[in-house]
Design a binder for this molecule. Structure first.
Ligand SMILES: *Cc1c(COP(=O)(O)O)cnc(C)c1O
Length: 492
């Protein structure tokens, strides 16, 4: 029986009243996306968000409807023109991928299907598992290992470290927490390790003090002798070493820790061997790095990003765990409302939530699935090789130019350099290079970032973009010299 109220209230949904108009808008969106991407090299890399725009982007919660068209027009006016810039060929900051057009389409399709990819018998579950299978093949992990797609390297690392902690603790951490620990668990990594490993140690209840930050050699790799010495000291003084984190591609300089030695130490002391390959692990596919990186296959776990060198649009990362049962033992949890069945909607694969913390998960697998199919791994590998070559070329140009100084060895695709003038002090050089970097960014010419190595302020270039050309590298060098001179003339 209908109540009085439901009779007078028109039922609504959030779908458009006019599908024809929405279709037209959709076509316009796709046209604008293509225009954006095919012209990206011809616009400034970056420009600051104007105050007026910042103001419109801080107004209060909207109460009443605006047409979809008007919302889109506002997006075109206030959001699209002020990008971070990482889809541009001369974006060199941090470690950022460039995305692809089909990847963007995949995100649209994934959002339209909008499956919650965690449990159930539906296609997205199989796509997710197929992409995980491909990830195992990329890293040379066995089919029997397990894996999880996550938002990125940070989540991948904390997921692996959770498994490592629970497995190596020697008691039931899930029941007793760290109170059950007879000795403080400690893990090892170099001072160049990404901050997410320290954050993970904090969140896992281990605390920063349980992270032994080992020093690095001239190539910014962990000092193996110091690592082993620290493990022995900890064993003697009542700590409980459980894990070594090796980095393949440090964020500062792209250094690769000596994997074979770390593996051997882990075997000797029965520690979990984890690799943070968020940035550098994809280089395993290339001829130049295949040998050195084959030890990734010996790790208990590896974290790597799909939104960096594999060019998936943000966000997508992957963690692989060698022993599937150990992985599941860290996360499986079946409340009554999440039981899966042999058949029907709740049938199918093992719920993905048994392998990580998240329950609701988007269909991030689709953009990876479509991109790997579109290009094939051979072409994607050539893309990585191209970036490695471009980094070498940049290194060569720097060493050939007396005005520039190469500040760290090039292991992958990160190049750190600075502009130098004879007779200026370290602090003058630092100020000069800071200004040079800002000028490069503000002019929209190129967007490197910075770091400090041995007290020296460096311009840090990470070449990770499939759109970057050798001419972009050459332009960066020429402009660095030109701007460097103009600043140092002004100082004199
Ligand atoms: C980028 C990066 C991370 C963090 O990954 P996110 O995808 O940003 O969460 C961790 N370690 C290294 C070495 C990285 O380069």
């Amino acid at each position: 029986m209908m109540t009085h109220k439901s009779r007078i209230m028109k039922e609504q949904s959030l779908d458009p009243e006019n599908w024809h108009q929405m279709r037209k808008l959709g076509h316009q969106v796709i046209d604008d996306v293509i225009d954006l991407l095919c012209n990206i090299g011809h616009v400034p890399v970056w420009n600051e968000v104007p105050h007026e725009v910042k103001n419109t982007l801080s107004t209060d919660l909207p109460q009443f409807p605006t047409t979809a068209n008007d919302v889109y027009v506002e997006f075109l006016r206030t959001i699209l023109p002020y990008p971070k810039g990482n889809i541009h060929p001369r974006f060199f900051a941090w470690v950022q991928g460039g995305g692809t057009p089909l990847g963007a389409f995949a995100d649209l399709l994934a959002s339209a299907m909008n499956p919650n990819v965690t449990i159930g018998e539906h296609s997205a579950m199989y796509v997710d598992q197929q992409v995980v299978k491909w990830c195992k093949q990329l890293m040379g992990f066995p089919e029997t290992s397990s894996g999880l797609l996550v938002s990125g390297g940070s989540m991948a690392n904390i997921t692996a470290l959770t498994v490592a902690r629970n497995h190596k603790a020697g008691y039931d951490v899930r029941t007793n927490g760290l109170y059950g620990s007879p000795a403080a668990l400690v893990l090892y990594c170099s001072v160049e390790t990404h901050s997410c490993v320290l954050k993970a140690a904090e969140i896992l209840g281990l605390g920063k003090n349980s992270v032994r930050l080992i020093g690095v050699d001239k190539q910014y790799r962990i000092k193996i002798k110091d690592l082993e010495k620290q493990i022995q000291t900890d064993l003697k003084t009542g700590f409980s070493p459980f894990c070594v984190v090796a980095t393949v591609g440090t964020v500062n300089t792209g250094a690769i820790d000596p994997l074979k030695s770390i593996r051997d130490i882990c075997r000797t002391y029965q520690l979990w061997f984890h690799i943070d390959g968020a940035y550098g692990a994809p280089a395993k596919l290339t001829g130049s790095h295949k040998q050195r990186l084959r030890y990734i296959e010996d790790a208990d776990s590896v974290a790597f990003d799909l939104h960096k060198w594999f060019q998936a649009p943000y966000e997508a990362g992957c963690v692989l765990i060698k022993d599937q049962e150990v992985h599941r033992a860290a996360f499986s949890f079946t409340p009554k409302y999440l039981m899966n069945e042999m058949e029907g909607l709740a049938g199918g694969l093992d719920p993905i939530t048994n392998y990580g913390f998240e329950l609701s998960r988007g269909f991030k697998a689709l953009k990876v699935w479509m991109s790997f199919k579109e290009h094939g791994i051979k072409k994607i590998t050539r893309q990585i090789v191209q970036n490695l070559r471009q980094a070498k070329h940049l290194g060569l140009l720097i060493t050939r130019n007396p005005e520039l100084e190469l500040m760290a060895p090039i292991s992958l695709s990160i190049v750190c350099y600075r502009f130098i003038r004879q007779g200026i002090s370290q602090s003058e050089a630092n100020a000069l290079n800071r200004e040079l970097l800002i000028k490069l960014q503000v002019s929209g010419i190129a967007s490197p970032s910075s770091t400090i190595l041995g007290g020296a302020y460096c311009i840090r270039v990470c070449i990770l973009n499939h759109r970057t050309k050798t001419s972009d590298i050459e332009l960066l060098v020429a402009q660095s010299i030109k701007i460097g001179y103009s600043i140092s003339e002004a100082i004199k």
